[in-house]
Design a protein around this ligand. Structure first.
Ligand code: PMP
Length: 405
């Protein structure tokens, strides 16, 4: 028996998924033509499954900054910042992030995943409590494991449940850190942050907000949910990523916490991995300037989100209740989800198939996400393809059934 046979259950499920059509977990692009179009197996598809919320991956100035940096500084740093040194641009990016958020400190990680791992594992450890929304991203759960704090989960987006669980800890030693996300990556819903801040204040806990999907998307200046909800002063730590609205890769944490820089020598996912390559830092710096300066991109993004959300609901699909750049279409079961996903791809729409247990309430989802770069015509084309495929696979009533009804 081979080492991988212990995953037999998953292997069987995965084979079933592969038998149903294209492999949703191994999609390969022949080309990416723009932030909203790509080629898969020679077929042009609309990209509706990225996190490219502002469409900045092909921003001319960001691309140029990246090209110049790679020529000047080379392709990679080949090591971690504590062992092999920082480049000026790493520090510059940290200064820009601190200034963007109006915070004293910022620290950059090589991915957003590592930012959560590095920050959570260093802020709380044995004897402390980490209070997590049940629908937290895997990087938050993994950060919890790395730090050995005791994990308590509260019901998704439920401040009352959060309060109840914190009250039960009264009198126990150790620190408590609440972690919530600005926009949740599967359903696109937003945390009730003001209410959570009230709970935090009443119970003396610290609060960390992961703004991975909300940075560049929410708030007048694009700082995320804490800005939009007017509670930035009450959020102790903000974590985010460069891989979504900033169109690159990397993660960060900003804070006003005293002695913040100690993180650099206690956070293993910062210390024991190579730092961001110069080209990535350069494009991120440029894109951050755009996020700060260009509120029009955010307005366009929200208009596109509303168009897609309203259109899907008008057709009769089940989505989350509110428009958001992430619009998840709930599927009744796995076979239908697979058929729909394959049908959409064949029809010219690429989006994400999200399966339990990564999805809330164990329902399969077709996770779509819009970009400021989509045109209204592209969204309308997506809706037309959704309608056709939905009728084909019985998620929507067929036109004959409708006429009969
Ligand atoms: N936090 C959240 C909420 C996320 O959704 C993700 C990625 N989807 C991450 C962190 C990790 O970010 P990255 O992909 O940039 O490593």
């Amino acid at each position: 028996m081979g080492l991988l046979q212990k995953h037999l259950g998953q292997l069987e499920a995965y084979s079933g998924i592969r038998r149903a059509g294209a492999d949703p977990f191994q999609v390969a692009f022949d080309a990416v033509l723009s932030p909203t179009e790509g080629l898969i197996n020679g077929k042009r598809v609309i990209l509706l499954g990225t996190n490219n919320y502002l469409g900045l991956t092909f921003d001319q100035e960001s691309v140029e900054a990246s090209v110049e940096a790679v020529r000047r500084w080379g392709t990679g740093t080949t090591g971690s910042r504590i062992a092999n040194g920082s480049y000026g641009a790493h520090t510059q990016l940290e200064q820009s992030l601190a200034s963007f958020y109006g915070r004293k400190h910022a620290m950059v990680f090589t991915t957003g995943y590592q930012a959560n791992l590095g920050v959570l594992s260093a802020l709380v450890g044995r004897g402390d409590h980490l209070i997590l929304d049940a629908d937290s991203h895997a990087s938050i759960y993994d950060g919890a494991r790395l730090g050995h704090a005791e994990v308590i989960r509260f019901r998704h987006n439920d401040p009352e449940d959060l309060y109840k669980r914190l009250r039960r800890l009264e009198g126990q030693p150790g620190d408590r850190l609440i972690v919530v996300e600005g926009i949740y990556s599967m359903m696109g819903d937003v945390a009730p942050l003001r209410e959570m801040v009230e709970v935090k204040k009443e119970t003396g806990a610290y609060l960390l907000v992961d703004e991975a999907h909300s940075m560049g998307v929410l708030g007048e200046k694009g700082r995320g949910l804490a800005e939009a909800a007017g509670v930035e002063e009450d959020v102790d730590f903000i974590v985010g990523t460069f891989s979504k609205s900033l169109g690159a890769i990397g993660g960060f944490c900003v804070s006003d916490a005293d002695d913040f820089d100690i993180l650099r020598v206690v956070s293993r996912p910062y210390m024991f991995t190579a730092s961001l390559p110069p080209a990535v830092v350069a494009s991120t710096l440029k894109s951050l300037e755009k996020v700060e300066a260009d509120g029009a991109l955010r307005a366009q993004l929200m208009a596109n989100a509303e168009r897609l959300h309203a259109g899907l609901n008008a057709l009769g699909f089940t989505t989350g209740p509110k428009a958001s750049p992430i619009v998840a279409v709930v599927m009744p079961d796995l076979p239908t989800a697979l058929s729909m996903w394959n049908g959409l791809l064949a029809g010219g729409v690429y989006l994400n198939l999200a399966l339990p247990p990564a999805t809330p309430n164990n329902r399969p989802l077709l996770r779509s996400s819009v970009s400021a770069a989509h045109t209204p015509e592209q969204i309308d084309e997506v809706l037309a393809i959704f309608e056709w495929v939905g009728r084909e696979f019985g998620v929507l009533p067929s036109l004959d059934q409708r006429a009969a009804g």
